[in-house]
Design a protein. Sequence first.
Length: 139
Amino acid sequence: MKSYRKELWFEIPSRRGFVNITPQVEHAVRDSGVREGLVLVNAMHITASVFINDDESGLHADYEKWLEELAPHEPVSQYRHNLTGEDNADAHLKRQVMGREVVVAITAGKLDSGPWEQIFYGEFDGRRRKRALIKVIGQ
């Protein structure tokens, strides 16, 4: 069995943002030499997410609106976590909803995903350097 590891680094200039990382994941799968296996992609920060969905700007705007309704950033005083001096409790909750990781099958050396599926890094407490892990295993 082969194993391959790669980190992607991000520095999102705003508090929130979504980055399509499908091309980077496809590149890592090619570099791994794995023809049949799995790729795990996970956010390595507790205020960021990795998820799969359509790359459509209206959907991304809907996510922004929906997540802000579920866990509004302000007032920051509404969250006990923020009593520690942080202002990112909402980001922790948004990450919980959007998820930590995705796993995608690799078949014949390529991602085996649906026709509209794309892999995204979701940032909910940006303006600092963060990373995501790509781990490929298989034969």
